[in-house]
Design a protein around this ligand. Structure first.
Ligand code: FES
Ligand code: FES
Length: 153
């Protein structure tokens, strides 16, 4: 049994403590925007925020998450999908197949929270998710566009 704070809601889930957080998010809670790619913390498809920091949910045991930890998934980033990063992604048509994109967006949002005007190098270092479609140039451009959105909080 675990108690998790996901997107502002407290969820009680019946799982073993060593269950990866990603499975709980997708299967117990039913939030499927967070994707499974590699399962070994390499690709970033499973990226979520925990206490405002980006984390790879495939490699976090649910037993290591405290009830007070604030987990945010792509579904919780903005109630209207209008986070500046999401708006920039739409404006520049970043996704191709889309599979990696929720992870890319979560990594970008976490970067901009701590580095409001990132350099190309900052972006390459922080948004290092793997995209098999090769959208890297548009990802970088969209992060810069979001960084220039003055409505960003
Ligand atoms: S599925 Fe978690 S990093 Fe690839
Ligand atoms: S858009 Fe297809 S894997 Fe990134």
């Amino acid at each position: 049994m675990a108690k998790l704070n996901i997107n502002g809601s407290i969820r009680d889930v019946e799982v073993e403590p060593d269950t990866p957080l990603l499975w709980v998010i997708r299967e117990q809670v039913g939030l499927t925007g967070t994707k499974y790619g590699c399962g070994v913390a390499q690709c970033g498809a499973c990226s979520v925020h925990i206490n405002d920091e980006v984390q790879r949910a495939c490699s976090i045991r649910v037993g290591d998450v405290r009830p007070s930890d604030r987990i945010v998934t792509i579904e919780g980033l903005s109630p209207t999908s209008s986070h500046p990063v999401q708006k920039a992604w739409a404006a520049l048509d970043v996704p191709q197949c889309g599979y990696c994109q929720s992870g890319q967006i979560m990594a970008a949002a976490a970067l901009l929270r701590r580095t409001p005007k990132p350099s190309d190098q900052d972006i390459d270092d922080a948004v290092n998710n793997i995209c098999r479609c090769g959208t890297y140039q548009r990802v970088r451009a969209a992060v810069h566009l979001a960084a220039n959105d003055t409505s960003r909080t």
